[in-house]
Every structure is written in C-alpha cells, then in structure tokens.
Design a protein around this ligand. Structure first.
Ligand code: F6R
Length: 311
C-alpha cells in the first residue's frame, strides 16, 4: 500500500545541467517528506537487488551510510523484507565509515547503529535463510582502546614501530593501526566490489562518508580527522558533549565512493538546503567534497522539500 502512495507523491524534479565537460548531470527526485523519501529509496535498493539477481549476478554489493538521513530508508527496507519474499542471501554490504576509538558495542558506534537500524532484522538465521549472511556484512573496525582490540598482525605491526609494553593505546598507536585497517578495508572493497549501489548522506560542510573538506578527489579509504563542525553536529548523538565525539574515523575516500556503479544520496531538512545547492552550483572543489559527485555518471539525489528549498 505504502508503495503506491510513495509513487504518487514522488516527483522526478530535474536533472542538473553539467557545468563542465567532464561532468555528468545529477538526477534529483523530490519527495513530500522524509518518510515517503525513505520508502522510495528502499524501493530503489530492492529494484537494484532484483535487477542484478535476474541478470544472474551472484553477489550484489550495497554501500551503506549511517546518520539520520537513511533511517526511514532502513525502516522501509526492514518492512519490505518482513512482508515480502525479498531474498538478500546474495547481498554483501560495505559501510562507509566508523569512528576510531569507540568499542564496537558502544551505543554510538556505527556498528551498533547499523545493527539496531537494519541488520538485526535482516541478518540470515537458520529460520530465515533469505537474510544477509553475517560474514557478508562489513563495517570498518574502529575499536582501538587497548591491546585486546588488536589482531595478531596488528600487534606485530605496533611492536615493530613502538616496541615495549602497550596497555592502553596512545593516539599515535591508534592511528598507525587504523591506517593499516583502512588499507585492508580498501583491499576488501576491491575484492568484493564493485559496489552496485552506494547510499550516501551529506554533511552540512559537504562531507561524504567522513571525507571532510580538503580531502583530495583521488583519496581511497583512509584515516580522517573530523572537523570541529562535524564533531559539533554529531555531538547531538553524544548527549551534546563534543568532547565525547571521536576525533578520527576510518572512512572510504572520494575515489572509493566514485567507484560505485550507482550512487543515491539522501538529504532531508532545512539544514541541508545550502550544501545541496552548493553541490550543484559551486565549481568542482575538494573544499566542498560533495561536488566530486558531479564526476560520476549515475548519481541521484533524493531530497525532501526543505533540503531542496534553495534550488
Ligand atoms: C555516515 C556518514 C556521514 C553522514 C552525514 C550526514 O555514515 O558517512 O557522511 O551521511 O554526516 O549525516 P545525517 O544523515 O545524520 O545528517
């Protein structure tokens, strides 16, 4: 029923005209509110999965984001999975990013977010083998408090660079291991990819993933230092306390994101209106990372009325 309603209120609004030769138009779909947008984004995800399954593709790869923007999409996807025979057993998921320094089970880790918002109800079980196989769910590992958070390889890497007892890891030690994990994550994406459909949100400062302003367009998965702006926006998830927001994250780089076959960016609310307008009209510029999306041949923006209000 909700599918019918979504289709009726969704308006394909426009495709932006490319500003420079190397650019592609971005197709913009406008929705009456975040819920309807989420229903339509979930339907697009399902459509991609089914198209690939029908074409005989044995592994379908979804790139996933966290944050407020995709929550209605994930809710709709859970509903579709529950109420239909949708088969996710050939789906692999790759998340964009994870904070460095939070335990995996920390309430604000992106790992916790993804399991609460999506995977708990979508993961395959003996009773429901249509779900996503646990081993095909990938989220960068950000836990790096003590030596106990390290694999054997990581411990060896650390001992080679910083010999002596460790216990709690210093920031320098955390970054060293996180860089190692970022490189391994990039290799994993290459191995299981390419990503068929990448879901993105957008930061008010134009970040995609945690590729913050100034990140080169040719960047791959890396350790990113979060800007004060991002940390203060995300403090809302940490009882308003910016000191609790990690300073660093592992994130896909811009080049990594642009390797996806298709990209669907979700933006809702007035706070995104300015950056959505800049994404389409500013010159391509690493200081506004989202402008890089104009270099990709297949990008859709799903916007609510408020996010689209400055177009
Ligand atoms: C999340 C991510 C970020 C968010 C962005 C918008 O995995 O990579 O780029 O998409 O910060 O966050 P929300 O949706 O909370 O406004």
């Amino acid at each position: 029923m909700f599918m019918m309603r979504s289709i009726l209120v969704a308006i394909v609004f426009m495709c932006s005209a490319p500003l420079f030769a190397a650019e592609h138009p971005i197709c913009i779909s406008l929705f009456s509110d975040a819920e309807v947008l989420g229903n339509n984004a979930a339907e697009r995800i399902v459509e991609v999965i089914k198209e690939k399954q029908q074409a005989g593709q044995t592994s379908i790869v979804l790139g996933l984001a966290t944050g407020n923007s995709p929550i209605p999409t994930y809710r709709a996807l859970r509903k579709i999975f529950k109420e239909t025979l949708l088969d996710l057993s050939s789906v692999t998921t790759i998340n964009l990013d994870e904070y460095i320094g939070l335990a995996t089970e920390h309430p604000q880790s992106y790992h916790t977010f993804m399991f609460n918002e999506l995977f708990n109800e979508l993961v395959a079980t003996p009773e429901n083998p249509r779900g996503i196989k646990r081993e095909n769910i990938h989220i960068p590992k950000g836990a790096l408090q003590t030596e106990r958070d390290l694999s054997q390889d990581e411990r060896a890497l650390l001992n080679a660079q910083f010999p002596g007892p460790t216990g709690n890891l210093t920031k320098q030690e955390q970054i060293l291991v996180a860089e190692h994990r970022a490189n391994a994550y990039e290799a994993l994406i290459k191995q299981v990819g390419p990503i068929d459909l990448q879901i993105l949100g957008i930061g008010r400062n134009g970040h995609i993933g945690f590729s913050e302003p100034g990140t080169p367009f040719d960047s791959t998965t890396m350790v990113a230092k979060l800007t004060d702006n991002t940390r203060s926006v995300n403090a809302a998830f940490f009882d308003g306390n910016i000191q609790e927001v990690p300073e660093f994250a592992i994130t896909m780089g811009i080049h990594t994101i642009l390797q996806a076959k298709e990209i669907l960016l979700i933006a809702t609310g007035q706070s995104k209106a300015e950056i959505i307008s800049k994404t389409l009209t500013s010159p391509l510029d690493p200081s506004i990372p989202c402008t890089s999306l104009r270099l990709h041949p297949r990008v859709s923006f799903y916007l609510d009325n408020e996010a689209a209000s400055k177009l």
